[in-house]
Design a protein around this ligand. Structure first.
Ligand code: KG4
Ligand code: ZN
Length: 389
């Protein structure tokens, strides 16, 4: 077995992340200290379509990469002379989007004669928990996560429960059989008319709601797999039922007044000219649906993660990915787990390049490095390596 010497504490990695709709560059020292973390979000470019459009994403990455990279490098006194290696996400993600980051990283590494480290995006999310959350903290202030640990990676494209026995040692316990959790949040938000991205919108709508009706939970007994499409359909059916009820209770046009009150002259218009005002309880219904949906998701995710931690005697649970920003999920997992639960600050839960640099540090430390033939792998699984390496 080859024994690799530990990398020095000041080993500095420049990483790029372009797998989806965030163009990101970051510089991380010693795998844990963030020197620069720049993220240019494309949300506004995609919001009008209600979801991410791959072609728009690729084009936007090409435009954003140079300024994002320049801003990250400006944090180093000697710019390129302070960088020891280049890292980039090579999968999973949108192929065109991944290509922009990978090709940029290759060009930079080639030009500067630096090693190139390809990182799995899901692994990157897990390593966000290795980063020091506050700028004034030192690695001594915050101990590294302890193996074996259970990682729950919940993002817009993935829902993965894994046992992590050491750096790069992943054992997949379960994953979604249909929609990813973040995808379910986004779709349900669209059904409820809450906008995009759905996760933060649903969380906000559910705030302060109490005693709402409950929605089903897909337990898939004796398995660590998940399923969220039935839950999404249940919300859709409730919304359709509600719309049918509303249609039945709307009084005839000639007797209809504002918000059900007495008719006034200005209200006496044909329905086609003036749409019926929404009943006042509409918002409350949306809030209750958002609450019930979030509770159902959080219950299933938490129950399975806590069970896995007990079964595999995990020392910690690491919550990762965009949905790890959900405050209800964080709170419930922390309340129910018997071991410490770690999750990154919100800006490190969603896509960023600092997490890619952190993962690259621990991969490169054990000799993992890629050649110029490294290609994007849109369907890359956690624990899998480059297909042609
Ligand atoms: O990890 P991420 O930034 O991108 C992917 O790799 O997919 O995750 C994005 C997902 C979106 O589906 C978004 O709705 C969800 O994370 N998300 C949340 C919250 N913030 C972001 N879901 C639930 N609650 C939140 N607070
Ligand atoms: Zn992600």
């Amino acid at each position: 077995m080859t024994v690799y010497p530990a990398l020095p504490d000041d080993y500095t990695i420049l990483a790029l992340e372009t797998s989806c709709d965030e163009t990101a560059a970051a510089i991380v020292r010693g795998g844990r200290t963030i020197v620069a973390n720049v993220v240019a979000t494309q949300l506004d470019a995609h919001r009008r379509y209600g979801g991410i459009v791959p072609e728009v994403a690729s084009r936007q990455h090409i435009l954003s990469l140079p300024p994002v990279l320049a801003e990250a490098l400006a944090a180093l006194p000697n710019r390129w002379d302070d960088i020891h290696a280049i890292a980039t996400t090579y999968g999973p993600g949108l192929s065109g989007a991944l290509l922009t980051g990978l090709n940029t990283a290759k060009a930079l590494a080639w030009q500067r004669g630096l090693p190139l480290v390809g990182v799995n995006h899901l692994e990157g999310h897990i390593y966000a928990s290795w980063l020091l959350p506050e700028p004034d903290q030192t690695p001594q202030d915050v101990p590294e996560p302890q193996f074996p640990l259970i990682a729950l990676v919940v993002s817009g494209g993935h829902t993965v429960l894994a046992l992590v026995r050491g750096h790069g040692e992943y054992h997949l316990l379960g994953q979604t059989r249909d929609d990813a959790v973040g995808e379910a949040f986004d779709k349900v938000a669209r059904i409820l008319g809450l906008g995009f991205p759905g996760g933060p919108a649903i969380q906000q709508a559910a705030e302060g709601v109490q005693g709402a009706s409950s929605l089903p939970r897909a337990w898939l007994r004796d398995s660590y797999d998940f399923s969220f499409s039935g839950l999404k359909t249940a919300v859709l059916h409730k919304v359709q039922e509600r719309q049918q009820q509303e249609a039945k209770i709307v009084p005839p046009a000639e007797s209809r007044g504002r918000r059900g009150g007495k008719p006034r002259p200005s209200d006496e218009v044909a329905p086609a000219e003036q749409p019926a005002p929404r009943p006042p309880q509409h918002d409350q219904f949306v809030q209750q649906m958002a609450y019930a949906f979030q509770e159902s998701v959080v219950d299933v995710l938490t129950t399975k993660t806590v069970e896995a931690a007990v079964q595999y005697s995990a020392k910690e649970i690491v919550l990762a990915g965009g949905v790890a920003a959900n405050v209800r999920l964080r709170a419930e997992l922390t309340r129910r787990a018997a071991v410490p639960v770690r999750y990154p600050p919100i800006q490190l839960c969603t896509d960023n390049a600092a997490m890619i640099a952190a993962a690259a540090f621990y991969r490169y430390q054990v000799g993992v490095q890629q050649g110029w033939h490294l290609d994007v792998q849109p369907g890359l699984a956690l624990g899998a390596g480059p297909s042609d390496d």
